[in-house]
Write a protein that binds this ligand. Structure first.
Ligand SMILES: O=C(O)CCC(=O)C(=O)O
Length: 253
């Protein structure tokens, strides 16, 4: 459960980093499922960054019956996301960001709502939770955010190399005024960020992977008017708190 200070930080900054949301054992189990052939391989694709590097991810919109569904419906994420948006939410999509050592590409500056606006969501009542699966540092391309940028409204987005990015002149002006923050995180830490928070990450030229699990939610009051949205607009049945541990079979400590 988030503290009042953490909720106030999210309201002010558009993001909050929450330590130890998942234990070392839970992360070990999740990573074992990320690396074995299955859902992550099946849904994988890549988008080229401005330097031509490949930014890989694997994305799906259902809350599956596997360990990934257990994370996306975890009370530690869902109840906190409900609290931060002050309303009930549904699962939009979840993804594994596979920023591999030495080759993992960058993600250009954008707002998630810059993408999801195009799906027909009228309000930016959307939130993401990024869970570090590997320690995320400046060197291996941790997420960068512009504190307070969620209050600037939605910027125009357009093509930046093989990705969709925000108006770069405005992003730079916002960084000049508001600064930026590298969200370094040990494995198991979660970063909740608002749908309008500017964020990006640099390429991973280091020797260490930077993988992360991101689950995204939309307010139930904000179902897209189009038929293009992600996920099913229905309340989430949260999983039991120990449910990740129930997928430990075959994962050696
Ligand atoms: O994984 C990253 O570094 C970027 C993730 C991101 O920007 C997103 O999912 O919207």
């Amino acid at each position: 459960m988030l503290t009042l200070e953490q909720i106030q930080a999210f309201d002010r900054d558009g993001y909050v980093l929450v330590p130890d949301v998942f234990s070392a054992r839970e992360i070990e189990i999740l990573l074992a499922h990320v690396t074995k052939d299955g859902r992550v391989t099946k849904h994988q694709w890549a988008a080229l960054d401005a330097d031509g590097r490949s930014s890989k991810l694997s994305l799906w919109a259902d809350i599956s019956d596997d360990v990934f569904g257990a994370v996306s419906s975890s009370p530690r994420i869902v109840n906190n996301a409900r609290m931060l948006l002050r309303e009930d939410i549904y699962h939009w999509h979840s993804k594994v960001m596979l920023k591999e050592a030495k080759v993992g590409g960058a993600w250009e500056w954008h707002q998630d709502y810059g993408y999801w606006y195009g799906d027909g969501c009228l309000y930016p009542r959307m939130i993401s939770c990024m869970v570090a699966l590997d320690p995320a540092t400046k060197e291996n391309g941790c997420l960068k955010v512009v504190p307070g940028s969620h209050l600037l409204g939605r910027l125009d987005h357009g093509k930046v190399a093989g990705q969709v990015g925000a108006d770069q002149e405005r992003v730079q002006a916002a960084i000049d005024r508001l600064g930026l923050k590298y969200c370094e995180a040990p494995a198991g830490r979660a970063l909740f960020f608002h749908g309008n928070t500017f964020h990006s990450s640099e390429a991973n030229l280091s020797e260490r992977h930077r993988r992360a699990y991101i689950c995204c939610y939309n307010a139930l009051s904000n179902v897209p008017y189009s038929k293009n949205g992600h996920g099913k607009p229905e309340p989430i049945r949260v999983s039991p708190d120990d449910s990740i541990l129930s997928f430990a079979e075959g994962v050696t400590a």
